[in-house]
Design a protein around this ligand. Structure first.
Ligand code: ZN
Ligand code: ZN
Length: 383
């Protein structure tokens, strides 16, 4: 790893981009002033739409501001969030001409003033939000909900670029030797799944947990997290072609095809009509009724995604008489990245990469995701 031979501890008295010799590595070229002479390649969302217009462009070199680090991007996952922005479904707060991507694994190549405990050459994974590190949320382990946070690859440019500037509070180290295409998934989706399953739904060993959208990037990891906790896992898919592969996923007790027979009926049949202790739903409104109908007494339904955006019918009596809980969960914090890294290192959760793409193949990836042809995550490499 470049830079690891002479680690440089960054502190508040470290200003700007250090010296040329600190930063001259790989293809990154600097002038005597420490500025790049070659522009950075990035994938810019020129125009969202059913077939989005994406363009590889030369963009200004990111300069680390106070509290920021610049990463050389090694890998960046393609999330359903990116698909929604590319399609134009999600527009609120999106920067015009945004560079997408928040699932980043990268190597620290520069740091701004006030950055401590991060060294040039460190390999890190990012959260989805640039956090301030000081507000009440950041101080209580909720960097992803920072009061003044900006969405990486949403409000500000993200990781579908050679280099990206992010908050030093929004990165966590990745295990030595972990492949970048796996490391980039530690925050979202693995950390997101961990927070949803362990913290929100509070799944415990011996309980039953049902995961919808189980072949998707989030679901495929939620299944494994629930299994790692010791739950009996039922994994639901609507795709007959993926059923066999889902059955082979570690931790799946029963793969369920949702189609002619509602998965709620099958879930009840498999639990002696009691229902499941937790439903981890990565799909949202299209499956809400079945998710609710699957719940046991004291069941918890955690919503991690919404693909439809429709309103749903809800019988309040059903909630009352079940003593049930419905909640949402999004994002992940640094602690989740660290725990996700531990689970991956111990082989308890295997990052599932469906395909690696080059920067100019992202539109292809967009169509694969929209048509739900992927099993697990698509990762952009070779940036
Ligand atoms: Zn994501
Ligand atoms: Zn904050």
């Amino acid at each position: 790893m470049s830079g690891s031979c002479c680690p440089l501890t960054l502190s508040s008295d470290f200003i700007g981009v250090a010296t040329k010799s600190d930063l001259l590595k790989g293809e990154r070229l600097f002038s005597e002033q420490g500025l790049r002479e070659v522009p950075v390649r990035a994938l810019v969302l020129v125009d969202p739409g059913e077939t989005p217009h994406l363009e590889v462009q030369a963009v200004p070199d990111p300069v680390p501001g106070p509290g920021q680090v610049v990463l050389r991007v090694l890998a960046c996952g393609l999330c359903h969030h990116d698909v929604l922005v590319m399609r134009g479904t999600l527009r609120r707060g999106v920067k015009p001409q945004v560079v997408l991507g928040h699932e980043i694994a990268g190597e620290v190549v520069a740091a701004g003033p006030g950055v401590a405990d991060i060294r040039i050459g460190d390999r890190v994974a990012t959260l989805q939000t640039n956090a301030c590190g000081h507000c009440d949320r950041c101080q209580t382990g909720r960097h992803h909900r920072c009061r003044v946070g900006t969405g990486i690859g949403h409000t500000v440019d993200g990781g579908l670029a050679e280099y990206v500037a992010v908050s030093a509070h929004s990165v966590a180290p990745v295990p030595h030797g972990m492949a970048p295409e796996e490391a980039c998934l530690l925050g979202c989706p693995i950390g997101v799944a961990l927070k949803g399953v362990r913290d929100a739904a509070r799944v415990r060993a011996g309980e039953t947990a049902l995961v919808t959208g189980a072949t998707g990037g989030l679901g495929v990891h939620a299944v494994q997290v629930a299994a790692a906790i010791g739950a009996r896992v039922f994994a639901v898919t609507t795709s007959a072609e993926k059923l066999e592969r889902l059955e082979a996923l570690p931790g799946v007790e029963q793969a369920i095809l949702h189609g002619d027979v509602d998965f709620a009926e099958l879930a009840r049949a498999m639990t002696e009509d009691e229902g499941v202790d937790a439903v981890v739903d990565t799909v949202g409104s299209p499956l809400f009724r079945s998710c609710l109908a699957s719940l046991a007494q004291y069941g918890r339904l955690v919503l991690l995604g919404e693909v439809g955006g429709e309103r749903v019918p809800l019988s309040l009596a059903e909630l009352v008489f079940r003593d049930a809980l419905i909640m949402g969960s999004s994002g992940a914090d640094r602690e989740h990245i660290l725990e996700a890294a531990r689970l991956a290192s111990e082989g308890k959760v295997r990052p599932v990469v469906f395909r690696k793409l080059a920067l100019d193949q992202v539109v292809e990836g967009y169509h694969l995701l929209r048509e739900r042809r992927a099993f697990g995550r698509l990762v952009v490499m070779g940036l």
